[in-house]
Write a protein that binds this ligand. Structure first.
Ligand code: SF4
Ligand code: SF4
Length: 443
């Protein structure tokens, strides 16, 4: 049968290892020189015959991953049809409310700390920036009712509490969990509650109360001492490292599900191995969330090679000592390790409904526009429709050589003026993953 290379097939040569991948479906293979020559010639000629007499090594996988496609395959038409199918399957009717897998509740935009890289700490206007309990319940119940009326919705939900600092609103937090949990239980809806906190206001009693509802508590901590944690400061300008460390020890003793979130920044990136050792030996963590910094200035991207190297060092070294390193950026590894995986865009493209401190709904806690009064307004809007369409394909990324492997990562940054810097990071990450991990990840 006559085949050709898909327009998404790309070669990447890394230290004499040739990697062939489908940039759209995020499937990658290491190929030998012979296969490379065969495919290169096929590319120049425009076709290759594959039959019993002419089989190249790994051809089944290349066909299955659509690196090789039938000669009459019309990329444009196939794309169009697939996108129309995707959109019609995800049409935003009430029946599709199950597409929203996560409710975010941003209890307040106030914070008790004043971290250098965050704007929340400077916001002290409590009247306009703290959610009312009644609004939280209204939001949760609206979603629950839509879910109930839905015929085919997946009956599970993640509820994530954010701030500012969500524990400044302990009562609203605990009362809303208590209230909604009883409702979910009656309706047999599986749920997971997650809180992201700076950890300063947590005490034994609160941990006990959260434990009753299996709440996962994620605590932000960027270092292993005052210096490496020096961007996280109290209002008075002192670091809160010891207080947060004590909280993490309390969480460990309590048996509650908890995690540590570390933003890799210009200070702590120099200490990647020490950080891992601290997490494993002192805090006895099994997993950690490492988030990358936001590249908001040109300077942030200047040493992007070193930055990515530190990130990967944490990943690989962590793995070697039994630490699982999670983070939005780490999805690229999963794509290379998994079979038949395609990375869809981040949750803000239609999978999240986020309730803001002013009572309005947005697509993610850090995306402030457009705002909607109700969930139904949100999912019936053209904005939501376009978000769903983007889950299939981000127009801007079309024909990028890592489209499908990267998929824009964070929507907020992708739509900001920082996009080029984000793309530089994504490209460097991709390049270094290939360089580091050619043998085991690519087969
Ligand atoms: S976000 Fe940037 S790097 Fe990533 S696929 Fe899109 S264009 Fe490429
Ligand atoms: S926009 Fe960024 S912060 Fe929001 S859900 Fe997407 S990745 Fe997360």
């Amino acid at each position: 049968m006559k085949y050709k290379l898909s327009k998404y097939a790309k070669f990447h040569n890394v230290h004499d290892v040739i990697v062939l991948y489908n940039s759209y479906l995020a499937r990658a293979f290491q190929v030998n020189e012979c296969v490379y020559q065969d495919l290169n010639e096929a590319n120049k000629r425009g076709y290759i015959y594959i039959d019993e007499n002419n089989r190249i090594s790994g051809v089944d996988e290349l066909i299955e991953s659509e690196i090789l496609v039938p000669f009459d395959h019309d990329d444009e038409q196939v794309d169009r049809l697939a996108m129309n199918k995707f959109i019609s399957e995800h049409r935003t009717t009430h029946d599709k409310i199950g597409l929203i897998r996560e409710l975010q509740i941003v209890l307040t935009d106030r914070c008790n700390l004043n971290c250098v890289y965050c704007s929340a700490g400077s916001n002290d206007s409590c009247r306009s920036s703290t959610l009312k309990y009644a609004r939280i319940i209204e939001f949760m119940l609206e979603h629950l009712q839509l879910l109930e009326n839905s015929r085919d919705a997946d009956r599970r939900i993640v509820i994530r509490y954010f701030g500012g600092e969500p524990l400044l609103c302990k009562e609203a937090l605990l009362d809303s969990i208590e209230y909604i949990d009883a409702q979910y239980q009656k309706k047999h809806i599986k749920r997971k509650y997650i809180i992201n906190t700076n950890g300063v206001l947590l005490d034994r009693r609160l941990i006990e109360n959260l434990g009753k509802y299996n709440v996962q508590v994620n605590v932000s901590m960027d270092g292993m001492d005052d210096y490496t944690n020096s961007l996280r400061l109290s209002k008075e300008g002192r670091t809160v490292f010891k207080e947060v460390e004590n909280t993490i020890n309390l969480l460990a003793e309590s048996g509650i599900d908890y995690g540590v979130i570390c933003v890799l920044n210009k200070i702590n990136m120099e200490y990647s191995r020490e950080l891992v050792d601290y997490w494993v030996s002192t805090l006895q963590l099994k997993q950690v969330f490492v988030e990358r910094m936001v590249f908001s200035s040109e300077k942030d991207i200047e040493n992007i090679h070193d930055y990515v190297e530190s990130l990967l060092d944490i990943y690989y070294y962590g793995n070697s000592v039994g630490l699982t390193v999670l983070g939005q950026w780490a999805k690229m590894f999963r794509l290379f390790n998994g079979k038949n995986m395609k990375l869809l865009t981040c949750g803000a493209y239609g999978k999240i409904a986020s309730l803001r401190p002013d009572g309005f709904i947005t697509s993610c806690q850090i995306i402030s526009q457009p705002k909607f009064a109700t969930i139904i307004d949100y999912i019936n809007s053209s904005y939501y429709h376009d978000s769903i369409k983007s889950q299939y394909r981000l127009e801007y990324c079309e024909n990028c050589h890592i489209e499908g492997i990267c998929a824009g990562s964070c929507r907020a940054e992708f739509e900001s003026t920082y996009r080029n810097r984000l793309c530089m990071f994504n490209n460097e990450l991709f390049r270094q993953i290939l360089m580091h991990k050619c043998e085991p990840v690519l087969s």
